[in-house]
Design a protein around this ligand. Structure first.
Ligand SMILES: *Cc1c(COP(=O)(O)O)cnc(C)c1O
Length: 367
């Protein structure tokens, strides 16, 4: 069996070492005679798995003690609803920075729930090719929080700063970051955020798990009537076990955290690898006459690299030949077309080398 290079935007590649370990532990977890999938979530074994995963995540991200880590379900999309329901209970307005498809979906979901919303900046008219500058944010006087997507996974647009903002009365506005496609790609300062959330299937583990890191003081601002599963307070009080959690996804996420710590050497080391991978691919694109990426250089995503071919009639051939060469899932999102190579943590540098070699060869033959 050969594993091919997988550039999927999500569910994305997982580290081979993690899958091998999961395979080895699949039928008989540590001599217990059963799989992690078959264990009670209240058992001592699973409790240890869950606690270990949280401890490793806290260590990797240096999560301060006044933040809770929640292992939720429903994907990042469920957070689009949970955020306003949990944060607007005492009034105020959700502020949104609009930079592309995901940040837009977060706004639309809050609007559909009848929540008070305000757009603090919108780069759509300029094609979402650069993020708004910090001084261009128009924060409403009644802002309860500011939501943004740190990395627009489809547009390949990444913030090069964490928005930091206050209202005109001087009150600090909690920043809520959708880090679905960048979490764990490098060190971050958690204390700059009120809430961080991320669907697992890009950089954490399999689909079905969503990580939420929430500052203590934001647990008790919910609207009066809340479904238990939607309540940060309820989830925090129950150790993320209001109901049966996605146990196997939680276990695999824990294996990924261990891999990051022990095999990679932490997030600074991961960041250096990710930077090299992205630099190689953007250089290949910029140096070519066939490929192009329009995003402003300081906002180019290290995780998701969209690119187009000068002649879109070559797209089909490019994808077919790439597939034959063992380079999978390079088709761009259906809403934008072209190509997209996602270079998440589990995509090895060798995959980028193989991709850039293929691109150069393809250009020489067809360009
Ligand atoms: C993938 C993605 C989402 C949606 O994630 P789901 O888990 O499918 O709901 C939201 N935001 C960003 C930035 C994403 O990349």
């Amino acid at each position: 069996m050969t594993r091919q290079y997988n550039f999927c935007a999500g569910p994305a590649a997982l580290p081979t070492a993690v899958l091998e370990r999961a395979r080895d532990e699949m039928l008989d977890y540590r001599g217990r005679g059963l799989s992690v999938m078959e264990m009670s979530h209240r058992s001592a074994d699973f409790t240890a798995i869950a606690e270990r995963a949280e401890a490793d995540l806290r260590e990797l991200l240096a999560v301060p003690d006044n933040y809770r880590v929640l292992f939720c379900q429903g994907g990042a999309t469920m957070q689009f609803s949970m955020l306003p329901m949990n944060l607007l209970g005492s009034g105020g307005r959700a502020n949104f920075i609009q930079t592309g498809i995901w940040s837009k979906k977060a706004l639309v979901e809050a609007q559909n729930l009848g929540m008070a919303c305000h757009v603090a900046a919108d780069t759509d008219a300029e094609g979402n090719l650069a993020v708004p500058r910090p001084d261009a944010l128009d924060i409403s006087d009644d802002a309860a929080y500011l939501h943004y997507a740190a990395n627009e996974t489809i547009g390949g647009l990444a913030f090069d700063y964490v928005p930091r903002t206050q209202r005109s009365d001087g009150a600090a506005v909690p920043v809520v970051g959708d880090l679905s496609s960048t979490i764990l790609s490098g060190p971050i300062d958690v204390s700059q955020f009120g809430i961080i959330y991320a669907g697992a299937q890009k950089n954490i583990g399999p689909a079905g798990l969503t990580l939420v890191i929430v500052r203590d003081d934001l647990l008790d601002q919910a609207q009066a009537v809340m479904p238990g599963l939607f309540s940060y307070r309820a989830m925090a009080s129950a150790g993320s076990m209001v109901n049966t959690p996605p146990t196997y996804a939680w276990y695999l996420a824990g294996l990924v955290f261990e891999w990051l710590k022990n095999d990679i050497g932490g997030l600074a080391a991961m960041s250096a690898i990710n930077q090299r991978k992205a630099d190689k691919l953007y250089t290949a694109i910029d140096d070519s006459g066939l490929y192009a990426n329009p995003v402003a250089s300081h906002n180019r995503s290290r995780m998701n690299v969209p690119f187009t071919l000068a002649d879109a009639r070559l797209d089909g051939e490019f994808l077919r030949e790439a597939g034959d060469a063992g380079l999978l899932n390079l088709k761009g999102h259906r809403s934008v077309g072209g190509m997209r190579a996602s270079l998440y943590n589990a995509v090895p540098e060798a995959a980028v080398d193989a991709l850039t070699a293929f691109m150069a060869d393809f250009e020489q033959r067809k360009g």
